[in-house]
Design a protein. Sequence first.
Length: 260
Amino acid sequence: MKEYRTPNLAKACQVLNHISNSDGEVQLKDIASGLSIPRTTALRITQTLMDVGYLAQHENGRFTLGPALVQLGVKALDNLDIRNFARPVLKSLSEETGESSHLAMLSGDKSLLVEVADSPHPIRIAARPGTLVDLHCSSTGKVFLAFSVPEPIKFCPTLELPSHTHNTHTSVKAVLNGIEETRKRGFAIDEEEYAPGVRCIAAPVINAFGKTIAAVGLTASTSTFTKAKIEPMAKKLLAAATNISVNMGFSHQSLPMGSK
């Protein structure tokens, strides 16, 4: 409601956004001209923001975002509920693909399903929220091995690698090879490795710090989800994962140097 707006507070927010969207440090005159406000107004706003730690000023007189904003940002990220952001995305993904979708998180040495959107069709294949699945033979588990576990070469030998189907890889070497394939591809595939007649693909969800915090997956019968559909379905899956990632604060600048 406009009658409850505080003009000076709005201008202060504009200053913060202007500096945030600028490369490097910003001079006072650039703030004033960029926002079309008097230089004296820009000075008062920047000084107030500096007093509370939202801005910092370097020896050359230029302004950057201050350390207090980092604390606010971390607290804001802690309060984000990924399931709330994922729920509508999963629903749209299932409606678009006609298959069941799910969100999983790493839980110890298992992949934990935390949200599921069922296929709109009467016949559907989907586990329920709360299900724990092995990392080495599930698509979401493979995502965590490829993008979350710091040193898979040391971690994988500690895992039990039970066989679920004749397609399950039960050797550390095969699992490590699969990790490299997942990294190159950008998404993971479960080719009837966890359950016979079931194909799954999954992609990573990345937060503001460039860390993989979850995985989005699609599950379907091999009779409907044929190998020919993997690439087009993967494009939709990756778009959904990116959608959730952006809501969790991800941007390409969040990625560590050398990451793709």
